[in-house]
Write a protein that binds this ligand. Structure first.
Ligand SMILES: [Zn+2]
Length: 464
């Protein structure tokens, strides 16, 4: 006789059988067995979770959601089910709700370190950094070398402008590795941000002594962050490069590009002008300055900048392209002001205010149906269920004609990746033990995914 009771033994066997049926694609049979297993052992979390997974896989998301709720009604002390509910809330952009679900799960199992990270992600999205830090500290108390927690802590300190705490973390790393030039650079950067210029210079001198080419390292690192669309981190990296080598116009140029991508056109103009003080004969700097001026509707000035760019290099592609736009704009001046602004903005990439979470007629109808409280009976026939209508955002690029779609899940995944990437950047800011991890590609939904143009139209579509 085993340690399992007869009942548990039966339910576990049925679960195994259901899993193998699921693998064979025999979903209805799998669900039938799971439903029987639930009746035998309603407090087996794995059974509920398997059933949710199958419905989700088949596209019956509303049913899956209701199974989670039914599971929680039957077994409210299931940490797994609460975590699963939190995941669903999070993926659906219901961040506040996800925190409540995660909390329920954490009350049941407070030592779930990865769940504390999930909770911290939710707080980061809500920009509640103090709460984020509290969650992270619990995680670190469970798992002191948790890299996700340590790097997110640096992210928070940076967002809060708490460079003092970052310096503490860097000093810890320096005590283990005093000859690492990047640590000295980053310490110098934090000291500079705190206005402690003299100490900052000393730290930067240390770095240059250890590696005379260190500014190049920051230029390259910044460019790679820029290519991965992690613009804010790229800007900070270029700022370190500029502290080391303020006369490097190439760093100014790339920092300006980051500001452009963040729609910070005035900052961009300012940065390109600083670059031009160092290298007044850069056709690229003049072209980008012209481009930024167009974005702020300063067409006369834009024309002049683009004209200078072309006088230096008649083949500068950006200048050639933009000067046509400006010429038309100037011709139309006074007749249709603003018509030359080609940018149709998507909603800000804010998960909570994203078009998905806006209420709409379709949603209201669905909710009404659900409010009648019809949780599907456990012996649901798959063939009688209706798949949920899917909602996507369809984007049409007016520049190249490319059409593509993305959905809520894509947006949330992208946001989570961004948090991870930013946290990883700060991980490398304090270097060991968090540094050196590769970042993941993220998507800029405000641009065409093919040609990069911001001249796009987005609309919400529904399909079966
Ligand atoms: Zn395009």
């Amino acid at each position: 006789m085993g340690v399992f009771s007869k009942k548990e033994d039966d339910a576990t066997k049925m679960l195994k059988k259901a899993l193998s049926l699921e693998l064979d694609g025999q979903y209805q049979d799998a669900i039938d067995i799971l439903n029987k297993a639930i009746l035998i052992e309603p407090k087996n979390q794995a059974i509920w979770i398997s059933e949710v997974r199958i419905y989700e896989k088949l596209g019956f998301k509303d049913v899956a959601k209701e199974i989670i709720e039914k599971g929680l009604a039957t077994y409210p002390n299931s940490g797994f089910l609460w975590e699963l509910k939190g995941d669903w809330d999070f993926k659906g952009g219901e961040i506040q709700e996800s925190i409540l679900s995660f909390d329920k799960s954490l009350t049941i199992d407070p030592n779930n370190a990865p769940l504390w990270i999930k909770k911290s992600n939710a707080y980061i999205i809500l920009e509640k950094y103090q709460e984020t830090l509290e969650a992270l500290n619990v995680c670190i108390s469970i798992d002191p070398r948790n890299l996700d927690a340590l790097s997110r802590k640096l992210l928070c300190f940076n967002k809060l402008g708490n460079y003092q705490e970052i310096i503490k973390m860097i000093d810890d790393a320096l005590s283990e590795n005093p000859k690492e030039p990047t640590l000295w650079c980053e310490k110098g950067y934090c000291l500079y941000k705190l206005g402690r210029k003299h100490e900052s210079n000393k730290a930067l001198e240390n770095a240059c002594f250890l590696n005379p080419n260190i500014s190049k390292v920051y230029l390259e690192k910044g460019i790679s962050l820029y290519n991965k669309k992690i613009y804010q981190s790229a800007i900070e990296t270029f700022e370190i490069g500029l502290l080391l080598d303020p006369n490097n116009w190439i760093i100014w140029y790339h920092k300006g590009l980051c500001h452009l991508c963040l729609d910070q056109n005035k900052d961009a103009i300012d940065i390109f002008e600083k670059g031009l003080l160092i290298h007044p004969k850069s056709a690229d700097l003049w072209a980008r300055k012209g481009f930024s001026l167009i974005n702020t509707n300063q067409f006369q000035e834009a024309y002049e900048a683009l004209d200078i760019s072309l006088s230096i290099n008649p083949n500068n592609e950006i200048a050639r392209r933009e000067i046509e736009i400006v010429t038309i704009a100037l011709e139309n001046m006074g007749i249709k002001p603003g018509s030359w602004d080609p940018i149709i903005h998507l909603d800000k990439e804010d998960p909570i205010k994203h078009p998905y979470s806006q209420s709409n007629i379709m949603n209201v109808k669905n909710n009404d149906k659900n409010k009648s409280g019809t949780i599907p009976p456990l012996n649901t026939e798959l063939s009688t269920l209706k798949r949920d209508k899917n909602k996507e955002t369809r984007v049409t690029c007016k520049t190249c004609g490319h059409v593509y779609c993305y959905n809520n899940l894509d947006v949330m995944n992208n946001i989570t990746k961004k948090i991870d990437n930013t946290a990883r950047f700060f991980g490398s800011l304090a270097n060991s033990p968090i540094g050196g991890r590769k970042s993941e590609d993220t998507i800029d939904y405000k641009r065409c995914q093919k040609c990069g143009s911001r001249n796009i139209i987005s609309e919400i579509i529904y399909f079966d």
